[in-house]
Design a protein around this ligand. Structure first.
Ligand SMILES: C[S@@+](CC[C@H](N)C(=O)[O-])C[C@H]1O[C@@H](n2cnc3c(N)ncnc32)[C@H](O)[C@@H]1O
Length: 278
């Protein structure tokens, strides 16, 4: 179905107005920021925190080639435009075309070493065409990236999609490359550690290795059992660098008091490395 001309014109006018504001604020309009999480109302601070984390603990260098999986609206990309030199490179992809469009118009247009790609992958959180996440081949050559990052991406995949994405990460990382990902993760001790926020309340639907918040839209919010998750890294050839940390960026401490975000108590960051030889 083609978009009527008046709608296309209205969209173009709105984009131009919002882009003019983005050029001053260096962030997307609130209309779009809210789609990735209420946390990203603190877009600059949390993005810079992630860059600092990648630099201090994950080997990010000014000339790294970085992959951002589920890049959203450039929360990591914007601070990377100053952290990476002209010799560094950034690639990000996401299933949401309007997010990629914003990043193209407002980041890639000004930084030739930044590239954004739309991934035509089907998901129940808003992109109902495209291929299954379990079959998606990342659009990059083998051994391309020094560092791959996936911030709250695996919170939107179930087991088959998640295992395929882990395998794809191993394929596109250079030997010894670093992979940083956040997950909702639980184990038999977790509930005791986060009293008052039981797994059953946060993710009522149990599916063995994972739990869902919403059965009709499975990818809306997924939590994985640590007993299942750790071996998936090993099967993909990725070695986890201990410790697995509570996630700083997705910390509930960042959430304004009125936002109910009990799932964030279960958010962890896993740092892993690809095999030293391919
Ligand atoms: C919670 S947002 C996080 C965005 C960004 N990583 C950040 O930290 O600001 C999750 C992102 O993953 C994207 N996403 C969901 N499923 C995906 C998939 N199968 N492949 C790629 N991106 C996906 C969503 O469109 C969304 O932009």
């Amino acid at each position: 179905m083609t978009t009527p001309a008046w709608k296309a014109r209205a969209k173009s006018v709105r984009n131009k107005a919002e882009d003019a504001i983005s050029r001053v604020t260096h962030m997307p309009p609130r209309r779009i920021r809210g789609d990735i999480s209420p946390l990203w109302l603190d877009y600059h601070k949390t993005g810079q925190d992630q860059v600092d984390f990648l630099r201090e603990l994950c080997g990010l260098q000014h000339d790294s080639h970085v992959l951002d999986i589920g890049c959203g609206v450039g929360r990591l990309a914007v601070p990377l435009t100053t952290a990476l030199s002209k010799r560094g490179r950034y690639d990000g992809f996401d299933v949401m075309p309007y997010m990629i469009d914003w990043c193209d118009r407002n980041i890639a247009a000004y930084h030739e070493n930044f590239r954004f790609t739309h991934a035509d992958v089907q998901t129940t959180i808003g992109h109902d065409s495209g291929i299954d996440a379990a079959d998606y081949v990342f659009p990059y050559e083998d051994n391309t990236f020094d560092l791959a990052y996936a911030g709250s991406l695996f919170t939107h995949l179930t087991t088959d999609g998640a295992t395929n994405y882990l395998n794809q990460v191993t394929r596109v990382l250079k030997p010894g490359g670093v992979f940083v990902a956040t997950w909702n993760m639980f184990n038999s001790d977790t509930e005791a550690l986060v009293p008052g926020r039981s797994l059953r309340q946060v993710w009522p639907y149990e599916h063995g290795e994972y739990r869902l918040k919403d059965e009709v839209h499975p990818e809306s919010n997924v939590a994985f059992d640590e007993v299942w998750l750790r071996p998936q890294y090993a099967k993909a050839g990725l070695r986890i660098l201990e410790p697995v940390r509570p996630d700083a960026t997705y910390s509930p401490l960042r959430v304004p008091k009125m936002v109910q975000a009990a799932n964030l108590w279960y958010a962890v960051t896993i740092i892993a490395t690809a095999p030293a030889h391919s």
